[in-house]
Structure formats: structure tokens, C-alpha cells
Design a protein around this ligand. Sequence first.
Ligand SMILES: [Zn+2]
Length: 67
Amino acid sequence: MATCPVCGKEVDEEAARATTGFTAHGAPETDPTKGTRQFHDGRWYYFDSLECRTKFLARPETYARPS
Ligand SMILES: [Zn+2]
């Protein structure tokens, strides 16, 4: 289990990675209600919601922790 760096909730990495389909342009699409992820500074961060990812992207230096 990964932990959301913003709120501390556990995130199911498999669900966050799972591709639910493809967009009209062929890009893989994931279900954001099952969690999402963001590549930042050399590693993947997992989030339980898009809201948390938005907060992280706004101030990554506040939330990013060295692994
Ligand atoms: Zn969160």
C-alpha cells in the first residue's frame, strides 16, 4: 500500500495504476475515484483523490518526501 502524501490515507497502487480504457486520442485512461498518481522528482507519488494530487502539484515541496 502506498500512502497519500497529502492526507495520509492509504492508496491501492494497483487500482491507481489500472487502466480503465483509452481516450479518443489513444491515451490510457484511469479511474480517478480509485486513486491517481503523479511522477515527481524521480519517483511516483500515489494519491487517494484528484483533490490531493492538485494540492500536491500546487506545493510539491510541502508534501514530497524522500523515499
Ligand atoms: Zn489524500
